[in-house]
Design a binder for this molecule. Structure first.
Ligand code: TGC
Ligand code: FAD
Length: 391
């Protein structure tokens, strides 16, 4: 079931039967359940939450985490292929899965107590519960180390004060993983806290007026004297490195996911080029459009090879954060360019909701910015190359 048009280097042949099966299952789900409804949901500005329990049944959330916590225990290439197929549907759906799996389940798995893992991971894997990840603040986006949110220990309680902004799933989350600077009498640190919906003093409000990721909830979180039990803290979290480790997981998924968005745009543009007749022949027979198609295919193929090798490194335990930065940076930019070229190739029709490129193009502008902007990843690579920080 390889895409003849977008698997030019026959990566399909390198996949294991399990990886192919996982990809094909999610691909069929996206074709049958997502594509028929996504344009309308996007125009309405509605996240299609009705799909998440079904995706939970398929085991897509935290799919690379161990089975003993109710997860699928897949390898990282299978996990990446899931992200690819979800984003072929819409970046908002992949965002939900990235947040749920890499930014909520991963920190509970990596930094949580055994009790926190047993309480939350199985319910998050099935999407009976939804999570969000609160790192960014109004004045600290690219530089989360400057965060103002504080957790102060008072007797047998933490008191949380502060605010977070741009939080995916924020208003629908049952539990928020919130990063705060702590003051427990010792050294200042940064720790993760599990804050449940309904905790007095905690509120979430959706940010309206987005022209991008419209089929995704994005919210502001506010914490006013929120009292938390001591065991709300993720005990193994400590310092900025903890949330940055979560970002590495999510950026890995984005490097794969954006290939899916690019594939969707390219395939539609290719079909269109063969049927749209202008000046007596299909536009696909014109040299300028053939160059566009060659460019799009080349970008997709490069992105696939990067993601595949990154997955191999991750499975071998050898993946480095700077490699993830290169992959996120390149693959998101490639997908942005493919979506724009596809939109342009389709002329006036390219701006209509019944075709996919404009929606993907608008979504990908958020993906370009979140999880470390394109510029920040350039600076991470610059630092890795020179040893000099240019932040
Ligand atoms: P810096 O001194 O460089 O690092 C502090 C410590 O952390 C280590 N480290 C990492 N570890 C794992 N993974 C990474 N990606 C890491 N990056 C750094 C580093 O080695 C160091 O360790 P140690 O042992 O020496 O202490 O910290 P800095 O304050 O200079 O910041 C570096 C910078 C700018 C790269 C970082 O702040 C950054 O990545 N900024 C971008 C912020 C960002 O990406 N925010 C994303 C918010 S979440 C989101 O957008 C979700 S979107 C929804 C969806 O995913 O769909
Ligand atoms: P800024 O940091 O203010 O950057 C503005 C511009 O300055 C950018 O072009 C940037 O590249 C550039 N810049 C910044 N620093 C430098 C520098 N040192 N040198 C050169 N240029 C620089 N965050 C979460 O915590 N959880 C979420 O779930 C989440 N979901 C999101 C969903 C959406 C739809 C969006 C748009 C964002 C989301 N974010 C989330 C926040 C996201 O991670 C931030 O938007 C991102 O990190 C950038 O921060 P900022 O928007 O404050 O931009």
């Amino acid at each position: 079931m390889a895409y003849a048009g977008t698997d030019f280097f026959d990566l399909d042949a390198s996949l294991t039967p399990e990886q192919r099966q996982v990809r094909d299952t999610v691909r069929a789900f996206v074709d049958e359940r997502v594509l028929p409804i996504i344009e309308e949901a996007w125009l309405e500005g509605r996240f299609p939450g009705e799909l998440t329990p079904l995706l939970g049944e398929l085991g897509v959330f935290g799919a690379n985490l161990p089975e003993e916590y109710g997860c699928a225990g897949l390898d990282n290439i299978a996990y990446g292929l899931i992200m690819q197929e979800l984003e072929r549907g819409d970046s908002g759906l992949r965002s939900f899965a990235s947040v749920q799996g890499s930014l909520v389940m991963y920190p509970i798995y990596a930094f949580g107590s055994e009790e926190q893992r047993r309480t939350w991971l199985p319910a998050l894997a099935t999407a009976q519960k939804t999570g969000c990840f609160g790192l960014t603040e109004p004045d600290y986006g690219s530089n989360p180390g400057g965060m103002l949110t504080r957790a102060r220990k008072r007797g047998d309680r933490w008191i949380l004060n502060g605010s977070k902004m741009w939080i995916t799933n924020g208003s629908r989350a049952d539990v928020a993983v919130v990063w705060a600077k702590t003051d427990d009498g010792d050294e200042e640190s940064i720790r993760g806290f599990l804050v449940e919906r309904g905790t007095p003093g905690f509120s979430a409000r959706d940010q309206k007026g987005k022209h991008s990721l419209r089929a995704s909830d994005t919210s502001e979180l506010a914490f006013v004297d929120v009292e938390l039990p001591l065991d709300a803290m993720l005990p193994e979290s400590g310092a900025l490195k903890s949330p940055l480790m979560c970002l590495t997981q999510a950026r890995y998924g984005i490097a794969w996911g954006t290939i899916g968005a690019a594939m969707a745009c390219f395939e539609q543009a290719l079909d269109y080029s063969k049927t749209r007749v202008m000046f007596g022949g299909p536009i696909g027979g014109k040299q300028i459009q053939q160059e566009r198609l060659a460019e799009m295919l080349t970008e997709i193929t490069k992105a696939q090879l990067i993601a595949y090798q990154l997955g191999r490194l991750k499975d071998a335990g050898m993946m480095k954060p700077a490699q993830v930065s290169l992959a996120k940076r390149n693959n998101v930019d490639a997908a942005c360019n493919v979506a724009r070229m596809a939109r342009r190739m389709m002329g006036g029709n390219g701006i209509l909701a019944e075709y996919v490129p404009m929606r993907h193009m608008a979504n990908l502008e958020s993906v370009y910015t979140y999880e470390g902007t394109h510029d920040i990843h350039a600076l991470i690579l610059g630092q890795a190359l020179t040893g000099i920080s240019a932040f």
